[in-house]
Design a binder for this molecule. Sequence first.
Ligand SMILES: NC(=O)c1ccc[n+]([C@@H]2O[C@H](COP(=O)([O-])OP(=O)(O)OC[C@H]3O[C@@H](n4cnc5c(N)ncnc54)[C@H](OP(=O)(O)O)[C@@H]3O)[C@@H](O)[C@H]2O)c1
Length: 268
Amino acid sequence: MKNMLGRVVLITGGSKGIGRETAKRFAQSQAQVIITGRRREELEKTAAEINAQFGKCDFFPGDVTSIPDCRRIIEAVLEKYHRLDVLINNAGMSMRGLFAETDLDLFRKIVDINFLGAVHMTKFALPALIESQGSVVFVSSLSGLKGLPGIAPYGTAKMALTGFSESLRAEIDHYHVHVGIVYVGFTENDVDKTIYSASGEQVPFRRDKNDDTQEHVAQILYRLVEKRRAVVYLTPLGKVTQFVYRIFPKLSGFLLRKYALKSGRYGK
Ligand SMILES: NC(=O)c1ccc[n+]([C@@H]2O[C@H](COP(=O)([O-])OP(=O)(O)OC[C@H]3O[C@@H](n4cnc5c(N)ncnc54)[C@H](OP(=O)(O)O)[C@@H]3O)[C@@H](O)[C@H]2O)c1
């Protein structure tokens, strides 16, 4: 596959999980991939793995919640590669906890990572994406479709991505820049995955049952960019709920809340 030959693709949160699989997928298609994340050693490990197996992967460490870091990353990409074709805003962290027990600093942190991080990166990348008539992609969640219990800050941040992506699309469509958003369902996680507790501690996260694989989500993200699709909903649950929501908004909210509580995947 040579579809992405000569293209420069930047993936935030590319050291682990869905971001790492997405980096592999683009590298397989001969893109020059660049991954970001806070931990240099994780980035080094993933970049080495991709370079050994698939192709070209570089990395620039940084925190998407830091405006100077985001500016520095984009400047570094443009200085070294002279163009940017695709920005995938994937970096994200989840949490579990009822709002009444959620520390307000944690609320802000979750919104910073999952929403403002994408805004910061998009802001600095935009001139280069306009020049390349490229793509900007947002990795959202099914919890960005409808409010669910136990993850108010995360759901709020993911819903904000919807609003931002729609405004952005309306503003830059005439530059032929593609704006895409993917609503991801329960996807297998790395064994060392962590999320935040309501009090703001990073805690290990395991889920017994998943509805999707990282490879499949990566393939969907690749196809979204290739076909310049605006919106994709993942997993049967996601497809059904977004469809029912449009026709029966109250019923879908009721069913989603019931499912979430019954599954034990949210809240306490
Ligand atoms: N897995 C699921 O079931 C699921 C479901 C719906 C949506 N999603 C969304 O899919 C995306 C990827 O999820 P995942 O489960 O693959 O995540 P993950 O395995 O926990 O990996 C998160 C990635 O983001 C990076 N990251 C975290 N905070 C960051 C920050 N402040 N600045 C820069 N990088 C940061 C991490 O690297 P460092 O820690 O080194 O910074 C890591 O590379 C997220 O946006 C998530 O919300 C996932």
